[in-house]
Write a protein that binds this ligand. Structure first.
Ligand SMILES: Cc1ncc(C[n+]2csc(CCOP(=O)(O)OP(=O)(O)O)c2C)c(N)n1
Length: 275
């Protein structure tokens, strides 16, 4: 097909994209999905796509609600969220999508939002350059069914005090005046005030996107009421993409056993004759 993209069935974008990339490793494959699509009906596909590490880019537009179907709660809706299907407040605790991706062994995990194009552009470029599975969670405002859900993290007046930008080799400094930092006390992140005596920039945690233990700690800051919300690249690891392993395996078999023959495959080895 001479096209830049197409729609698949709800929840099944990742198997379609995996097949496409394995058949055509030369093309750049992008999946655009939602929190409902990717965490509910497609949740099982998501965890297996993460561990398989097919070289593709998954952009998950998280608006914390099912919007197309007019406002039911989703796996990223928070406890107490009032929606059309939870008029008294949702009782579930949400998935944290970046923790789920890390737990399922995704090699590239990042988070951005819809109101900062420069940061998002940087993340999408990094995802594209990463060889392997890239997951980018994108906070996306739904004006109709969940307006303002991310205001604290995306509005100019509040976002600098409520988010921290993760950049490899850079200290986790945040705040309007860039005078607050994240310090690790054991495995626990805490906020320090750099204006206070006894605190200096050398106490501030320096990000390392190759450290998967640190990625978990940072991802866990997500729903904290006292810590800023981590944005940027949580993890960026090198691991061979699945489709390369498929090609290598086939090449090896052809080199050692010769080109295959379907008939001898079907009639050879394990088969039974029913009498
Ligand atoms: C196989 C199938 N099951 C259920 C639906 C109904 N359905 C359509 S969209 C949707 C949820 C969408 O949520 P999300 O992925 O978060 O996208 P949003 O609409 O919020 O952008 C559901 C359940 C469907 N279209 N197809």
């Amino acid at each position: 097909m001479d096209t830049y993209g197409f729609h698949g069935i709800h929840g099944r974008a990742l198997p379609i994209a995996s097949g496409l990339k394995i058949a055509r490793p030369d093309i750049s494959v992008w999946v655009v999905t939602g929190d409902g699509d990717n965490m509910s009906i497609g949740g099982n596909h998501f965890i297996h796509a993460c561990r398989r590490n097919v070289d593709m880019n998954v952009l998950m537009f998280n608006n914390e609600v099912y919007s197309l179907t007019k406002g039911q709660y989703s796996p990223t809706s928070h406890r107490g969220q009032i929606t059309k299907s939870s008029p008294l407040g949702a009782l579930d605790d949400p998935f944290n999508p970046v923790s789920l991706a890390l737990g399922a062994s995704a090699t590239f995990v990042a988070r951005g939002h819809d109101k900062d194009r420069a940061q998002l552009q940087q993340l999408l470029l990094k995802a594209h350059q990463h060889k392997g599975f890239s997951f980018v969670e994108i906070y996306t405002n739904c004006r109709i069914f969940n307006d303002g859900a991310f205001d604290l993290y995306t509005n100019r007046e509040t976002n600098e005090d409520h988010t921290v930008w993760l950049e490899h080799d850079m200290p986790l400094v945040f705040g309007k005046k860039k005078d607050k930092g994240i310090k690790l006390e054991g495995y626990t992140p805490t906020v320090i005030d750099l204006n206070e005596s006894g605190h200096s920039i050398s106490d501030v945690l320096v990000h390392n996107e190759k450290d998967s233990t640190l990625a978990f700690i940072l991802a866990n800051m997500t729903y904290s009421e006292t810590l800023p919300r981590p944005m940027g690249t949580l993890q960026n690891l090198d691991r061979s993409p699945y489709e390369e392993r498929v090609v290598e395996q086939i090449q090896h078999e052809v080199e050692t056993k010769g080109v295959g023959n379907l008939e001898s495959l079907l009639l050879g080895g394990s088969y039974w004759e029913v009498k």
